[in-house]
Structures are given as structure tokens and as C-alpha cells.
Design a protein around this ligand. Structure first.
Ligand SMILES: *Cc1c(COP(=O)(O)O)cnc(C)c1O
Length: 408
């Protein structure tokens, strides 16, 4: 790795690939992503750190960015960590026209030892590679990107607030940069990672959110791209979300017909009391319309861990058995559970919010709103137990299956 100090603010997405020719004159394929080629250019003047309490999600830029370009002939160039700066791109770049754009959302936390930690980061790397493949962006070595990401987290370490519930949000992004208008795959790409310090999602104590169930617009459909983190999945949701907000709802409960898919950009969970006193926890199965969330997967593991007593959720009785189910959930089922007094909790999960409790659900198919049991702070015992355990694991205070390890 080369380190140089400069005041460079040039963010041009120029190709910087290495020579792809091999020694015997036979042309080698495009170069793979190689972390050992990292070039560091540190900012000469660092920005003042903001007051943590003043942070608004995703609105603060740190000092540096990680960036690497892919050229169709040379392959991946030399990755750079350099001062945060605008990109300069050809106006014809396919990212502006046909949206071959993918992203990830993940967080770095600082542990009691003062060391930065990443939570299940290899899952985000694998999902980014799957998303990229879905829109025919060039492949990359996920472990090389993780190595680079760790170097970036170390570079930006001072930006991770050490306050409880705070973290450094990381946004790995890949955009297609082919500078031509032909409707085809982008054979050039720019991969970059930016970071933004983040506070707790709900300021001044958490509360239950309201959902408006919608099926006249859909977020995802069978055979579509809902199971991938593609930029193009989100813009069509902005207008329905605005309309729902105008009607007094926080988020949309996205349906396909009468089937529940996701709550806003969160995976949805439903807790139902069984006749034998155990709990059923339902979440839609990963049928391609559901984003395979890292938090979703972690929540399922933690619920199963409680039942097997390998890690107990502090808010629940030790002997409580929780049966997890990944299968379709319908609106009539929700209504029936509610009418029978068995519907205990509905919550959404994701990296930004961790766990968000739902207080009421509006749906044109019902005469009146479905109202969930009220809980202090908006989370019921299952949601609260999961929130607390996830934040303990992320802060490095509880170790579970190597999920959140210091960045080395
Ligand atoms: C990112 C995202 C989630 C949550 O995924 P995590 O990996 O848990 O952060 C859920 N649904 C949608 C639509 C998303 O974009």
C-alpha cells in the first residue's frame, strides 16, 4: 500500500486500471480487485467532528472515501482511499440512464476496547456481489473488498461516536459508468464507499410506527428485483410513501395482492400467541420479492437461540419456546389473529432502525385499522429483547457466533 499526503480533491472517475497483459504476450483477462494495490491519500486538514446529538441520518460526510474503477479491458484498477470529493462522470454514463446501480447499508461500531467492529460484514459483501451480478455489473472479489473496507473504517475511526446506540453508517455503492447511450450492460463501473456517522433512529426515545398497507402499487413482484439491493427498487416507492405520509402513516406495508412483503425498507415480523402458550414468529419467506436482510437473518437466529437456550433474550421467560416460520403471511391471517386476541407484536427490522415496533396498520380492505397491543417505547417483549440483544452484540458487549468482531 502506498501512502502519500496531499491536498488532492480531484474525484474524477478516470480509469486507473493496471496493465492486464501477461508476460508471454498472451492477453490476460481483466485484473481482479486487489487490496494490495491500495493507494492512500490522506486529507491534509480534517473536518471538525459534529456534536453526536445533532446528527441527522446520512447527512454528514466524513474526511475520506474509498474508490476503485473497473475498465472493460484492464479490469479493476488501484483502489484509493482519498479525501471525500464529488465524482466527475460523463453525462452519458449508464448510471444516469438505465440505473445499473447497487448499494449496501452496514455499520461500524466501537467496542468497549475502543476498537472499531463490523457486524456480519461478509454478508453485505456477498449481497453486494449478488446485486451487481443481477444488473450485469462486473464481478469483484468480496474478500478483497472487505479488506479494503476495513482499511477505510480504520482511516475514519475517529468518526465512530462512542455513545451508546451510535455508529458509523457505511454505504458501499457500485455504479455503471459506461459512457454511451446504447441500451446494454455497463462494461465500466465505479465502486466506492462513503461513510456517515449515525445516531439512534428514533430521537428522544423509541415509539411505535404506523403502517399503511398498499397493493395498488407494489415494491417487488415475482421474477422482479426486490430480493436485490438495487437503486432502481426505491424511487418508485417515493410517491406512494409521500401519499401514505400525507394520510398520517409513517411507512408503507408493501403487499402483493393480500400477501405481506416488507414494511418500508424493513423486513416484517409478526408474533402470534399459540394455544399451548408458546409463540409463533412469522416472516415472509425469501421468494425473490423479499430483500434478504442481515438483520432478518440475525433475528431468526436469535429467536432460535432463545428456544435452544444457547443465548437468552433478557425480556422473555427462560422457558418460553419460540417457533420461527418463514412462509407467506396474508392480510386476512393478520386480521384473524388480531380478532382472536393472539396477535402480540408486529415489527420491522433493518440495519438503520434495528427493530421498529408497529402500533397500527391501515388497509382499505378493512373497515377499521388494526391496532396492536400498546407497549412502552413502542416495542413488545420480543421486539425489545431482539433490539437489546442486537445492540449488545454490535457494541461488542455480548459475543455471539463471531458476528461482531474487531476490524483488524
Ligand atoms: C436494506 C433493506 C432491508 C434490511 O436489510 P439489512 O441487511 O437488515 O439492513 C430490508 N428491506 C429492504 C427493502 C432493504 O433495502
Amino acid at each position: 500500500m502506498a501512502i502519500q499526503n496531499s491536498t488532492t480533491t480531484n474525484g474524477t472517475a478516470a480509469t486507473n486500471g493496471v496493465n492486464g497483459a501477461s508476460t508471454n504476450g498472451v492477453k490476460a483477462g481483466p485484473a481482479p480487485l486487489d487490496a494490495s494495490k491500495l493507494v492512500m491519500t490522506l486529507a491534509e486538514k480534517l473536518k471538525p467532528l459534529p456534536e453526536p446529538e445533532s446528527l441527522v441520518f446520512g447527512q454528514t460526510q466524513t474526511d475520506h472515501m474509498l474508490i476503485v474503477n473497473y475498465d472493460p479491458v484492464k479490469g479493476w484498477g488501484a483502489p484509493e482511499i482519498k479525501p471525500y470529493a464529488p465524482l466527475v462522470l460523463d453525462p452519458m454514463s449508464s448510471c444516469f440512464q438505465y440505473c445499473p446501480n447497487v448499494f449496501e447499508g452496514m455499520k461500524a461500531y466501537v467496542g468497549p476496547d475502543g476498537e472499531p467492529r463490523l457486524f456480519r460484514a461478509e454478508r453485505n459483501m456477498a449481497r453486494l456481489a449478488r446485486s451487481a451480478e443481477r444488473v450485469a455489473l462486473p464481478p469483484f472479489d468480496t474478500s478483497a473488498l472487505l479488506t479494503l473496507l476495513k482499511e477505510f473504517v480504520h482511516t475514519e475511526k475517529r468518526w465512530i461516536p462512542s455513545l451508546q446506540g451510535y455508529s458509523l453508517y457505511l454505504r458501499p455503492t457500485i455504479i455503471g459508468t459506461r459512457p454511451a447511450l446504447g441500451v446494454s450492460a455497463s462494461d465500466s463501473a465505479c465502486l466506492y464507499v462513503v461513510a456517515s456517522p449515525a445516531g439512534p433512529y428514533f430521537k428522544g426515545g423509541s415509539r411505535a410506527i404506523s403502517l399503511l398497507a398498499v397493493n395498488e402499487n407494489v415494491r417487488a413482484w415475482p421474477g422482479g428485483t426486490g430480493g436485490h439491493k438495487l437503486g432502481l427498487n426505491y424511487a418508485p416507492g417515493f410517491k406512494p410513501q409521500k401519499d401514505a405520509a400525507d394520510r398520517g402513516y409513517d411507512q408503507i406495508l408493501w403487499l402483493i395482492g393480500d400477501r405481506v412483503t416488507e414494511a418500508g425498507a424493513m423486513n416484517a415480523f409478526v408474533v402470534v400467541r399459540r394455544d399451548d402458550g408458546d409463540l409463533d414468529v412469522h416472516t415472509p419467506n425469501l421468494d425473490g420479492t423479499i430483500l434478504p436482510g442481515v438483520t432478518r437473518s440475525s433475528v431468526l437466529s436469535l429467536l432460535n437461540a432463545h428456544t435452544s437456550s444457547s443465548l437468552l433474550l433478557p425480556t422473555l421467560p427462560k422457558t418460553l419456546k419460540i417457533h420461527t416460520h418463514e412462509h407467506p403471511i396474508t392480510m386476512p391471517e393478520l386480521k384473524a389473529w388480531s380478532d382472536q386476541g393472539k396477535l402480540l407484536e408486529v415489527f420491522g427490522v433493518g440495519t438503520a432502525v434495528i427493530v421498529a415496533g408497529v402500533g397500527r396498520i391501515g388497509y382499505s380492505g378493512w373497515g377499521e385499522e388494526l391496532v396492536l397491543p400498546e407497549n412502552e417505547g413502542g416495542l413488545g417483549p420480543v421486539g425489545k429483547g431482539l433490539f437489546d440483544m442486537l445492540t449488545e452484540i454490535q457494541a461488542g458487549r455480548v459475543e455471539f457466533e463471531g458476528w461482531c468482531v474487531p476490524v483488524v
